[in-house]
Design a protein around this ligand. Sequence first.
Ligand code: ADP
Ligand code: ZN
Length: 824
Amino acid sequence: MSSFLATDAPPLYVQVAVSLPLYQTFTYRVPEHLREKGRGVRGDRVLVSFGGRRLTGYVVGPAPATPGKGVPEVKDLLEVLDEAPVVTEEIFRLTRWLADYYCAGWGEVLRTALPALGRGRRAPLWKLSEAGEEALAAGAVRKGLRRGILEILSEHREGLTAGQTARQLDGHPESSIRPALRHLARQGWVEVRNLPARWRTRPTLLAELVQPPEELEEEKLKRRAPRQWELLRLLLKTPSLRLDALPAGLRGGPLRALTAKGWVRVQEATGAGDGSKDRAKPSPLRPTPHQTQAFGPIAESLRQGGFQAFLLHGVTASGKTELYLRAIEQVLADGKGVIVLVPEIALTPQLLGRFRERFGEQVVELHSDLSDPERYRGWRCAASGEVPIVVGARSAIFTPVPRLGLIVVDEEHEPSYKQEESPRYHARDVALIRGRFAGATVILGSATPSLESYWNGRKGKYHYLSMPKRVENRPLPSVSIVDMRKEASSEGILSKPLKEALEERLRRKEQSLLFLNRRGFASALLCRDCGHVAQCPHCAVSLTFHLQAACLRCHYCGHRAPGPKTCPGCAGVRLDRRGLGTQRVEETVQRLFPEAAVGRMDRDTTRARGAHRRILDRLARGEVDILIGTQMIAKGHDYPAITLVGVISADISLNMPDFRAAERTFQLLTQVAGRAGRGSGPGEVFLQTYRPDHYCIRFARTQDYDGFCRQELEFRRELRYPPFSRLARLRVESGDAEMAKEFVGRLADAMIKILPAGVAEVMGPSPGVFPKLQNRYRWQILLKASTPKLLLQALRMGSELTEGRLRPPSKVRFGVDVDPVELF
Ligand code: ADP
Ligand code: ZN
């Protein structure tokens, strides 16, 4: 890596940012044996002893030759952790900016920015043997832990340690895994190996066309076995394809059938770096007029170089992904690199497949579904420029891709781009800063941009591009609103129209999705007769019902009201604060349709790694008639056989005590609706709600995003919420209820006193939406300022307090969240 600062002589003393939420850096001495090797220089990741602990730190530069008087004895660096420095100048600059902006420690940000160390794994590695593979295929072990182990090992051909196996099989302690592994080893089904010095990567399997069939045969295939034919067509276009890039539905039966006919064979790739790296393939698709129009300015920006931001607003299936691929082609042709951010990569195997299909081995994925060594290796490949395209989740934005030409942030509105632990950064916003520093083009893409981005687009801060039509003019699905107030079913799960629509799909052998917002906690009080939900008179957010105190509270400003016995809107008594879970929905559906194959995808059913994929594969193979799920099913998937989407309750998210509740709901509804009718058949969506008159629901019915935004922006402007202001949240947590309350009260009072007029407004203190979570009492203060600069000023004044006379007691945890996304 060329961009590291060359130093003449290795310094004797260095400044180290330790991975703690601390602002300052600390001085350490570089011991002789490291200096000799030229290690312990800027960019090195090191091990240091700090306050009696061993911590990871980052050498940020030389320190004054002799530490000053009164300085306690300077300690030695204990170890340098990587073979070469890992922090580039660009990443130093970016992380420094982040630490300042998000009020986080520099070392803490650097830790987030770098992959965990991938070396030194010495534990024995367990692998599936050939006999084990046969046993698995033959069904020799039907169920139980041993079957689970064999399945997991068959997915991880490179082998796993016992600990890793245990983690994959959530719920089984390592102590029960080991005997099972030993048992399987005695049967000859697994092998144990000590890890070679360099850990191995999973072999890449390729499907290769050996000999294309006669035309007549192909015709026959087309009529009799459409999926085999589809696979064959793919291979005729690209004679050698990675198995993991193939659509899930083609990887199994169709592939085996073609292999049996002798037309195709499966082979292990000979490995990267030996010239087998396939080159990018040009797009086989002719761009639509809207794609052409949108691509023009992007291509121009890429040609010119330099920072420019685009907001690509395209309805679901308008061909945004296709456009990214085109832009990437151009960047690669210029010999530059690309970072593509996706919200949750594990949920989007299809997207990755498309990247692989187009760019083969030039893509590296970086996300939490990989083991540490895998991620470390991937990161190295990207950092060295060996592989020019990085596709990854949030933290991939820190990959030191050399000559960065393009950053794509797909689904830019997704809340998961915000890290909900320190450093609380927003990957989309970091992407824009990174783009600015690197002089790269940034594309933010979404069918439903965040209001912030939409506003920036309107103001001309971003170049706004619109793709309002689906590819091939496929119609958007039709959306029907079901007024649940008029439904007889007291359960509020399946209305009559939705039930009938499901029946019809079962008859027609088409697939359906039923969507339930995961955050089904019972916080808002909803009247089942009139749909009324209590709102804060000051903040226009839903009030949160607190069971213990039987009261309603606003967790922005602290407003408090007694919990009503009857509905203030209609005097009805059917006030509901029960939550709905996917499991309850599944039970109901299964009871109503005993003959249907019902699947469920939520946090519970997807704990184990690879579980998402297994469920989606079943869906793709047509083994599921009705899939019930949370947000996880809302994203990105492209399954043409789905023609019905039912939203069980639009209210759960609409009633969230968050000023973004309507925005979130609109985005979710559009997103799930986008799953319907992606094939040639039209899609239908049923949206159940107790609040059919809410503007969010009305605009969702016609999928009128612009209409929604206009109204939503009015509301935001009136109450001075983002994008018309900036927020920060001061978070206070403690196991001691009194201490938390007392400290947050003093802090709020002091903030109000010291903040000059016009700097920032102090809202609260107020309890969190979950006032007590994991035995910790939670409070917050919101700061609202009209510009980022004023907000920063307020935060600086706040931190002077908390680092000075208002230092939090040791039992109180205090933290800052700048530009908060989830307000609880
Ligand atoms: P989005 O990312 O907006 O949801 P995609 O890029 O996934 O849209 O496109 C939706 C579908 O249309 C995909 O199956 C894609 O292969 C196809 N598609 C995209 N662009 C074109 C085009 N120009 N011609 C034909 N099909 C296209
Ligand atoms: Zn309020």
